[in-house]
Design a protein around this ligand. Structure first.
Ligand code: UDP
Length: 404
C-alpha cells in the first residue's frame, strides 16, 4: 500500500520512511483523541495509524468517551482557546472534566505503551497516569495564539506534565510552555476516497443527485456546522456575488460526536436559507467521502471563511483538486494559501465576495492558480511528509532519553 504513494512523492521519500520506521519499530505507540469520525483529527488518524502499522510500528488509536456535559465543556474550552472570549470556567465544570478523565483512564490502558500522542484539549488530562519511562506528547490542532487566559491556565498545568508538544505553526505556541515544542503541519492523503480522481461523469451525477446544477458556477465551503467556520459570513458574501453572477452556493457539513453545537447551527442555516433556491445546505453522514470529493472537484471556487482555524484540511483538499481557495487570513489557512498565487487570503465578507467575483470573471486564473495550488500541497501537505515528521520526532525523543 505504502508504495502506492511513490507517484505522488517519489521513491526516495518512501525509502526514507522504511529506514526511519526500522529505528522506532520496537516502540509501542498510542494515539488518543475524542472522536473516530468528524473533523480533521479523526480524518488524519484514520489514515496515519494504518500507515504506521504497515511500517510495522505497533500503533493503536483509542477514543475517550464523555457525556453531553463533558463535551459541552470541552467545546467551550475549544471556543475560549480560539477566541479569548471572557466567559469564566466554572469549578463544577473542572470537577466533571476530571471525573470523566478518571473514568477514561479505567477504560483505556495507557500503561502498555511507550509513546502516547494525545490530540487536542479534550483528552489532555489523561497525562495524570504517566508512568516512568513513557513519553507523552500533546498534539495541539487548534489556534492557541490568543487564548482566554483562564482556559490557557487550565491547559498549561497539563501541558507541562508532557514530554513534548506539537503545534501546526510557531504562532500557536502561547506563553508558559516549559517543555520542548515542535512544529508539524497536518496533511491530507491523496489515496483517501475523498481525494482520489473522479470522472467528470461521477462528479456530475453526485451534483445532480443533490439538486445542484453542474452547468452553473458553484461556490462551496465544506466544514462542520460550527460558528467558527463562519457559514453565515459565507452566505453574506455569496449574496453580494449573486447580485452580479448567477451562481450557486453549497455548504456541505457533517456533525462530529465531540461537537454538540452542530445541530443548532445546521438548523439556523436551513431556516435562514429556506427561500433561496440556489443555496444548498447539505448535512451529510461522516463517511460521505465521495460526495465531498465530488463537491470539491465540481466547484468553480472553494471558500473557507473561518473566523479562527487550526489548520483547515479542507483547504488542502480543495487545492489538491486544483481549486483556487478564497480563505480567511487566519491560522493554518494562512500557511496553505499563497495569496495571489494559489488563491486569495481575505479579511471580510466584502473581501471574500470581491475575490470570488474576480475569479468568476477571470476563469483562466482559476486554471493557473489551481495548478500552483496542487503543487503546493504536493510539496508540503501530503501524509508521507507528516509521517516522516512524526517518526523523526519519536526517534529524537527516545534517543535523547537513552542518553540521559
Ligand atoms: N468533512 C467531511 N464532511 C463534512 C465536513 C467536513 O468529511 O461534511 C471533513 C473534511 O473533508 C476534512 C475534515 O472533515 O477532511 C475537516 O477538517 P478541517 O481541518 O478542515 O476542520 P476541523 O473540522 O478539524 O475543524
Amino acid at each position: 500500500m505504502i508504495k502506492k504513494y511513490i507517484p505522488f512523492v517519489g521513491e526516495e521519500s518512501i525509502n526514507e520512511l522504511f529506514i526511519l520506521a526500522e529505528k522506532v519499530k520496537n516502540l509501542r505507540i498510542l494515539h488518543v483523541n475524542s472522536t473516530y469520525e468528524g473533523g480533521g483529527v479523526a480524518e488524519i488518524l484514520s489514515r496515519l495509524v494504518p500507515l504506521m502499522k504497515e511500517l510495522e510500528i505497533k500503533t493503536d488509536w483509542k477514543v475517550i468517551k464523555g457525556d453531553e456535559k463533558f463535551f459541552y465543556f470541552t467545546k467551550k474550552l475549544h471556543n475560549l482557546l480560539h477566541l479569548s472570549l471572557s466567559i469564566p470556567i466554572e469549578s463544577e465544570e473542572v470537577v466533571h472534566y476530571l471525573k470523566t478523565i478518571y473514568e477514561n483512564l479505567n477504560r483505556i490502558n495507557t500503561e502498555n505503551y511507550d509513546i502516547i500522542f494525545v490530540h487536542d484539549p479534550q483528552p489532555i488530562g489523561l497525562v495524570i497516569k504517566k508512568q516512568p519511562g513513557q513519553k507523552w506528547i500533546w498534539r495541539c490542532h487548534i489556534d492557541t495564539s490568543t487564548p482566554n487566559p483562564q482556559a490557557w491556565d487550565f491547559l498549561k498545568n497539563f501541558i507541562n506534565a508532557y514530554d513534548a508538544c506539537i503545534f501546526h505553526m510557531p504562532e500557536f505556541v502561547y506563553q508558559g510552555i516549559k517543555i520542548p515544542t515542535y512544529i508539524v503541519p497536518p496533511s491530507i492523503d491523496p489515496l483517501h476516497p475523498k481525494n482520489v480522481e473522479l470522472s467528470k461523469e461521477e462528479i456530475r451525477n453526485i451534483l445532480i443527485k443533490f439538486g445542484v446544477n453542474p452547468e452553473k458556477p458553484i461556490i462551496t465551503q465544506v466544514s462542520r456546522f460550527d460558528r467558527l467556520k463562519d457559514p453565515f459570513g459565507v452566505i453574506s458574501a455569496y449574496k453580494l456575488v449573486k447580485k452580479k453572477y448567477d451562481c450557486q452556493l453549497v455548504l456541505v457539513g457533517s456533525f462530529a460526536s465531540d461537537d454538540p453545537e452542530g445541530e443548532n447551527v445546521y438548523k439556523e442555516l436551513l431556516n435562514l436559507t429556506a427561500d433561496e433556491k440556489d443555496i444548498f445546505i447539505l448535512g451529510l453522514p461522516p463517511d460521505s467521502h465521495k460526495e465531498i470529493n465530488a463537491f470539491q472537484r465540481g466547484s468553480t471556487v472553494v471558500v473557507q471563511k473561518s473566523l479562527k482555524e487550526g489548520f483547515g484540511l479542507v483547504v488542502s483538499e480543495a487545492m489538491w483538486k486544483e481549486k483556487p481557495v478564497v480563505g480567511s487570513n487566519v491560522g493554518g489557512i494562512k500557511r496553505q494559501i499563497v495569496h495571489g498565487v494559489t488563491g486569495y487570503l481575505v479579511n471580510s465578507v466584502e473581501g471574500t465576495a470581491m475575490r470570488i467575483k474576480q475569479l468568476l470573471a477571470n476563469r483562466e486564473f482559476i486554471t493557473i492558480m489551481g495548478t500552483y495550488a496542487k503543487e503546493r500541497v504536493r510539496h508540503r501537505f501530503l501524509i508521507i511528509r507528516h509521517l516522516r515528521d512524526y517518526l523523526l520526532l519519536i526517534h529524537k525523543i527516545f534517543n535523547q532519553s537513552y542518553k540521559k
